[in-house]
Design a protein around this ligand. Structure first.
Ligand code: ADP
Ligand code: MG
Ligand code: MG
Length: 254
């Protein structure tokens, strides 16, 4: 059984149809990149998978581990092992990362039938994971994402991922201000956390990111559909030729 199976997914916001029949199958152990021009619906797909309320699914289905993902509340998705970087509040003034993560981890462990970690075990785990992702230890003491630089936010996101050990991680790399160090942080994190039982969907319009994360599959989204799929060479082709040739091939005006 696939870990994630998206079938003919249609979604709209207000009266505008954005997703127009997305099909995607992701198996455990795989890394999928979704690319595509600005406005093609990539972030909308991530938002629908996260369970954001503003989006209305009008057709199709999403199965996660065989279960209907669209019926689950956002926090239930997280407990079931789906990680969406932005499913967590962007900034939480006054809540430090350690406190925030202790609660998140507790909920996930509870769901897996595991007791909460004791304070010493939890600190040890934080330390291990911080080292794994090269997180500056002082970030753990600061309020969640408050005043973080773009690079620090990325590091904190990868740190959360390392700690929460999701089965499916969906990363929407929307921030056009990311410098090369931040891209490497994301890539190194994904590469270190790649395991046979975990899958990643990395949404990006930067081919550059895929120089560091070598995806198993690359998909191109245009006008609310995945119109091409291939391996890493497809990303290189896009870098060289842009998106217009795909738009032409599918008869979609640029
Ligand atoms: P991408 O991530 O590929 O750049 P998005 O999913 O952000 O694309 O946007 C897809 C389309 O949906 C765009 O035309 C965008 O203008 C529209 N859109 C996204 N969010 C909203 C919103 N909150 N209200 C109205 N239209 C939106
Ligand atoms: Mg956009
Ligand atoms: Mg986007």
């Amino acid at each position: 059984m696939a870990l994630l199976e998206i079938r003919n997914l249609h979604a709209r916001i207000e009266d505008k149809e954005i997703l127009k029949g997305v099909n995607l199958t992701v198996n455990a152990g795989e890394v999928h990149a979704i690319m595509g021009p600005n406005g093609s619906g990539k972030s909308t797909l991530a938002s629908v998978l996260a369970g954001r309320e503003d989006y209305e699914v009008t057709e199709g289905e999403v199965l996660y581990d065989g279960k209907n993902l669209l019926e689950m509340e956002p926090d239930e998705r997280a407990r079931e092992g789906v990680f969406l970087a932005f499913q967590y509040p962007v900034e939480l003034p006054g809540v430090n990362m350690a406190t925030f993560l202790r609660e998140a981890l507790k909920a996930i462990r509870e769901h897996r039938g595991l007791p909460p970690l004791g304070p010493a075990e939890f600190l040890q785990l934080l330390k291990e994971k911080a080292e794994l992702v090269g997180l500056d230890p002082s970030l753990k003491q600061r309020s969640v994402n408050e005043g973080f630089s773009g690079g620090e936010k990325k590091r904190s996101e990868i740190f959360q991922l390392a700690l929460l050990e999701p089965r499916l991680a969906i990363l929407d790399e929307t921030d056009s201000g990311l410098d090369i160090d931040a891209l490497r942080t994301v890539a190194d994190g994904v590469n270190r956390l790649r395991t046979p039982d975990r899958a990643f969907v990395v949404i990006t319009h930067y081919q550059r990111l895929l120089n560091y994360i070598v995806p198993d599959y690359v998909h191109v989204m245009v006008d609310g559909r995945i119109v091409r799929s291939g391996d890493k060479n497809l990303a290189l082709e896009l870098e060289e030729k842009g998106y217009d040739w795909i738009r032409e091939e599918i008869g979609f005006p640029a």
